[in-house]
Ligand binder design. Structure first.
Ligand code: CP
Length: 324
């Protein structure tokens, strides 16, 4: 993790959201405001003309230094539905490949009159570094959205997950939510845990083998379950996670087949949860590793609605940051 200042750099002096870097440290009211604003945007996707002029004249730059299907595309759709100009930096063909530093790239985008930077990077803390730099060059008016930094945070995924849970379950109190799999390397798990605790979920369970659970994770306010059966028992929401092999140093598991046998979500395992439990996954899924296709394509899965809700949630975030 790169060094970052102690204060919460995503809120301005008036406590207003000016960047979205992490769900950690955001008050409940800020989360509820984003979810409520997203509700009002959801219906725009069903209109013939799927546009509102809230970001007309603004430039949103997508800077994805790590691969993405859902996040990059839904940020682009969200910004376009708000009538912004969207520029997708093709990092592989950009001057990053010639050795230009991240902050020199940022300076150049600011010189192109960027209003918002949506940033994904493999290094935890990168969006904080950019915010710090923007403050030092007197351009704190350029908003930064963290679209996933290393294993640290993925706040818009956390928010769209909360939107999905609220959509299907209405109220967080009394809900038991099981987050299953590679929690150690998961920025989504961290964002979900912060959000669920802030929104008052009844019980949040971290379910996985010891090698894939962070040390002292119970201090984040979760119940640790090392076997799937205990973890899924009577839960209302199951959030499955991918094995993030790209962030693992060495083998932490005997084999993918062994992992599926112990922690894969099959119809039989899902039967331990409540009959009306919903199954979520941030994607990309690895079928036959963490989830059986019978579950992924089954009636309890809400994995594709998560993607659709992601557009409305990202519209809400961009719109709120722009001061609407
Ligand atoms: N959930 C998620 O971040 O997916 P992508 O990596 O495809 O953006």
């Amino acid at each position: 993790m790169l060094n970052r200042p102690q204060s919460n750099p995503q809120l301005n002096a008036k406590g207003e959201l000016t960047h979205l870097l992490s769900i950690d440290g955001l008050p409940r009211e800020a989360l509820i405001r984003i979810l409520d604003t997203a509700s009002s945007f959801l219906e725009i996707s069903d209109r013939d003309v799927k546009k509102v002029p809230l970001l007309r004249g603004k430039s949103v730059f997508n800077l994805f230094f790590e691969n993405s299907t859902r996040t990059r595309t839904t940020f682009e759709i969200a910004a376009k539905r708000l009538s912004a100009d969207v520029i997708n930096l093709d990092v592989a063909r950009s001057s990053t490949a010639k050795g230009e530093t991240l902050l020199d790239t940022v300076d150049n985008l600011v010189a192109m009159h960027a209003d918002m930077l949506v940033v994904r990077h493999a290094a935890s803390g990168t969006p904080y570094l950019i915010v710090d730099h923007l403050q030092r060059i007197g351009r704190a008016d350029v908003h930064v959205v963290n679209a996933g930094d290393g294993r640290h945070a993925h706040p818009t995924q956390g928010l769209l997950d909360m939107y999905t849970i609220r959509h299907y379950k209405k109220d967080f109190s009394g809900l038991t939510v099981a987050i299953v799999g590679d929690i150690l390397h998961s920025r989504v798990a961290r964002s979900d845990i912060h959000a669920l605790n802030t929104l008052g979920a009844g019980e949040v369970r971290a379910v996985g083998p010891q090698t894939l659970l962070p040390t002292a994770i119970e201090k984040m306010g979760v119940r640790v379950c090392m076997d799937l059966q205990t973890g899924l028992k009577d839960c209302d929401v199951v959030i499955m996670l991918r094995l993030q092999n790209e962030r693992m140093n060495g083998a932490l598991l005997p084999s993918a087949r062994e992992y599926f046998r112990c922690y894969g979500l099959t119809p039989r395992a899902l039967a331990l949860a409540k009959p009306d439990a919903i199954v979520m996954h941030p994607g990309p899924m690895n079928r036959g590793v963490e989830i059986d296709s019978l579950v992924a394509d089954g009636p309890q899965a809400v994995i594709l609605p998560q993607v659709t809700f992601g557009i409305a949630v990202r519209m809400a975030v961009l719109s709120i940051l722009a001061g609407n």
